[in-house]
Design a protein around this ligand. Sequence first.
Ligand SMILES: *Cc1c(COP(=O)(O)O)cnc(C)c1O
Length: 384
Amino acid sequence: MKTATPLHIPFNRPCLTGKELTYIRQAADNMHLSGDGPFSQRCHTWLEAQIGCRKAVLTHSCTAALEMAALLLEIAPGDEIIMPSYTFVSAANAFVLRGGIPVFVDIRPDTLCIDETLVEAAITRRTKAIVAIHYAGVSCEMDTLLTIAKRYKLFVIEDAAQAILSSYKGHALGSLSSLGALSFHETKNVMAGEGGALLVNDAQWGSRAEIIRDKGTNRKQFFRGEVDKYSWVDVGSSYLPSELTAAFLWAQLEEAEMITQQRLVIWHHYHDAFAPLEAQGYMRRPIIPSECSHNGHLYYLLLPDLATRATALARLNDAGVNAVFHYVPLHSAPAGKRYGRAYGNLVHTQWASDCLLRLPLWVGMTSSEITYVVETVHAIVSRL
Ligand SMILES: *Cc1c(COP(=O)(O)O)cnc(C)c1O
């Protein structure tokens, strides 16, 4: 008798929409393979229309977009940038590269985004900016952050790496502050392997962003016929992706709504299915404030403590459900201690780092795979 192959459900599986290779071939046929060809232009126009930002430019990663933000803000040694500790390293590194000092504050226990009520007390004479990371595609409390920023003349940058097509009070994330950064890394909802975009909402930075992105030259203005030669006019680097990346990405952006809808279906399926486990006190589910509409980027459970989570992770993975934890707090990481400092005791950061467990969620999961995850989580979590 043949035994059934045990199911293995990976944490993530990249979703191809079907047109990626067609568009890459078209890009090759266009004979324009470096950056800012017709596919890049389509992506820029789409992002500007969908997100409502003044200007969108593709970058080779979200990390690159954040580095561009630090250059545009003219971060100088000693400048302080307030951000959560519970996030990916790129927000911190982008500023540390310019000599900036990340000041890590705690997160809110409901959304796991920066706790806006702690920001004001963390401001000093050196504070230049606040980085709002929209964790799991759920918005930070933007009105409060923007009000504080205005009062103290600070910039707000949105790290919207996980937040394409999410919104806050009806406004797309990435459009609410001076600058926004998106990621098209393989693990994000809309992806191009590696890729990103800088969203510029402040009129003062539109043309400087183009220049910084293109090696500090005014080549884009030259191609538009605005100047009669192009030269080195500013600091800069090479942050633009090739047309091959843009062609791949265009196939994804065309289906971005569909991808988001399908992720939300799975997200809501999990959310409904796990309500009883939460009611019985085994774990906590994500909390979405009413002013936030999200994009189903990730589904997580919060277990009672580190040991319980370790057991749950081991048992779920043994059963073929590739659950994973998430961030190690930046303030307690070796480089975080060297380059940044913590404000306050960051209890919720430590709690999320210890207790959070992410479940597989990707476009193309079959209903039997979703059911298997749900049943396996029920069986394991109710017996921890
Ligand atoms: C993925 C991610 C990044 C980095 O994106 P890259 O495109 O890989 O550089 C930055 N910030 C957050 C919050 C992310 O989730």
